[in-house]
Write a protein that binds this ligand. Structure first.
Ligand code: PBG
Length: 327
């Protein structure tokens, strides 16, 4: 560490004295290029439905997606992430609806691609939790989540999404070996150009609460996800997860949740020369949003939270604030 002088010759406040000076010495900044907007979709027509646990976030019916995508395009947000609220009657033990080529995600991809071509990227989760009646990301049998059997379905789900036109396949399930299997499956079907964004470092977190409400898996979920998502007491383990996923073919890796795991983002970024994304998850969003609504913190907390990811080394951030902030 180089210390360039000492007080009173050195006064660090000099560079902070005016706004123009602070702007000149700033180390990090945020632009819309850094943001990915998650969007929830529901069945029906002309619907825009409030989500009680996520103020100012809505579920849109497919035909109304243009309303939110137009907003994203105006800000030049590069990509949206699609999440379905699946009607309970379509859920079963195996998450069969994940492979229905007429499911909400497939219809959303078709709609967006038809209307916007390649003007905006589409990322889709690969996992079974929106489709299973037990709310888990994989197949549940005798109290256990089956790894390899789940992978077989995830490969099919990925290929289906790629066929519909999905640009970025984002496995969020945390099964072992799924990135390699999915890459193989995609390549076999000539989807060489479809990217894989691996939720490589995903913790078993209570910060996902509002999301599970938003996609309707909260009441369904039996138990917790600790046998597949990571233990929040660990950080070194994240390096093994990332190393494996890179070997298996991940183009980008993600750390999730965001703010409680800034150390992990930095650790991954310092150790691997690969794009690292962060997910500012639903619980983080709702806490900040409600804090602002209650007057506990002000609006600037949003930018402060997003810049913290940049400082930690994230290349891009998935955030429910993406369409709401002005930069
Ligand atoms: C599903 C999935 C989850 C999130 C994204 N994909 C929830 C979970 O694993 O239970 C959470 C996103 C958020 O909280 O905003 N595999």
């Amino acid at each position: 560490m180089i210390i360039t002088g000492k007080y009173p010759n050195l006064r660090l406040r000099r560079n902070r004295k005016n706004d123009w000076s602070r702007r000149l010495v700033q180390e990090n900044s945020l632009s819309y290029n850094d943001l990915i907007l998650p969007i929830f979709v529901i069945e029906g027509k002309n619907k825009k439905q409030e989500i009680s646990s996520m103020p100012d976030v809505y579920r849109y019916s497919v035909n109304r997606l243009s309303e939110i995508i137009d907003k994203a395009l105006l800000k030049k947000i590069p990509m949206v992430a699609i999440f379905p609220y699946t009607n309970h009657k379509y859920k079963d033990n195996l998450g069969t609806e994940a492979l229905n080529e007429d499911n909400l995600v497939c219809r959303s991809i078709l709609y967006i691609k038809k209307k916007y071509k390649d003007k905006i990227g589409i990322m889709c989760d690969v996992a079974l939790d929106p489709y299973t009646n037990h709310g888990h990301d994989g197949i549940l049998k005798k109290g256990k989540i089956l790894n390899d059997e789940t992978n077989k379905i995830l490969v099919k789900q990925s290929i289906l999404q790629a066929q519909m036109g999905c640009d970025v396949i984002a496995p969020s399930d945390m099964m072992d070996g799924r990135i390699g299997e999915i890459r193989k499956g995609l390549d076999k079907n000539k989807f060489y150009e479809v990217q894989i964004l691996s939720y490589a470092v995903k913790y078993a977190s209570s910060f996902y609460g509002p999301f599970r409400d938003a996609v309707g898996s909260k009441k369904a979920l039996k138990g917790d996800k600790k046998t597949y998502q990571m233990d929040y007491k660990n950080s070194i383990e994240s390096l093994r997860e990332v190393a494996l996923d890179i070997k298996e073919g991940a183009d980008i890796v993600m750390v999730k949740p965001g703010m409680p795991y800034l150390d992990v983002i930095k650790l991954v970024k310092d150790n691997f020369k690969i794009p690292v994304f962060a997910y500012q998850v639903s619980g983080e969003y709702s806490l900040i949003k409600n804090g602002i609504k209650k007057g506990l913190i002000n609006e600037d907390s949003i930018l402060e939270s997003l810049i913290s990811f940049k400082r930690a080394g994230a290349n891009a951030i998935v955030s429910y604030f993406a369409d709401k902030i002005s930069l």
